[in-house]
Unconditional design. Structure first.
Length: 189
């Protein structure tokens, strides 16, 4: 059986077929909610995933559970992406990717907020902070980020820019201009 990430399953390990179904459901749900918005049905998620509606509810008893699992999955992907970057430009690349994803995924985040679903992932957020800290250290060592910039400031900028992209529905041009301002502030003078 393949290794299961924390976003994929909580509780006892799943059989291989159940794990594959869970992943297909999450991928389909992300697509459906992003395309359709709050009116998306779990029946459409099941159809796209190629599973019965009962399979969806067995893994995710409520729409909030499903949305929370999507957010956990997205956060795990961000941690992985940050870990694959590095060097002088890795932090800037990560900022750019995160902001683009945030504006694209705003439907899912909006559903979570409007439904009162809180995703509390202190361990995963801690791992993301560590990964961003590594990117910051590498950028500072390469001389592309000012040595006076600290990790809490970078995390605050990431959260702020991402929040703006999610709630403002930023287009590519606005994202690019905003990131240019942020990047100018991070670079050595």
């Amino acid at each position: 059986m393949e290794e299961v990430s924390s976003w994929q399953a909580e509780g006892p390990p799943l059989r291989a077929d159940a794990q594959r179904n869970r992943i297909r459901i999450l991928v389909a749900a992300e697509e459906v909610f992003t395309e359709t918005g709050p009116g998306a049905s779990t029946e459409e998620v099941a159809r796209r995933a190629g599973v019965a509606i009962g399979t969806v509810f067995r893994h995710f008893p409520t729409k909030g559970d499903l949305l929370g699992a999507i957010m956990k999955r997205l956060l795990a992907e961000l941690i992985e992406s940050a870990g694959q970057r590095g060097g002088g430009e890795g932090l800037f690349e990560f900022f750019t990717e995160l902001t683009a994803q945030a504006s694209y995924k705003r439907t899912v985040v909006g559903l979570l907020e409007s439904g009162g679903t809180a995703v509390r992932l202190p361990e995963a957020v801690g791992h993301l902070t560590e990964a961003v800290g590594g990117l910051l250290s590498e950028a500072q060592a390469a001389g592309t980020v000012s040595p006076g910039v600290a990790l809490p400031e970078v995390m605050a900028l990431l959260v702020s820019v991402t929040h703006g992209a999610v709630h403002g529905g930023w287009d590519a041009e606005l994202r690019e201009r905003t990131l240019a301002v942020v990047f100018a502030g991070l670079r050595p003078r």
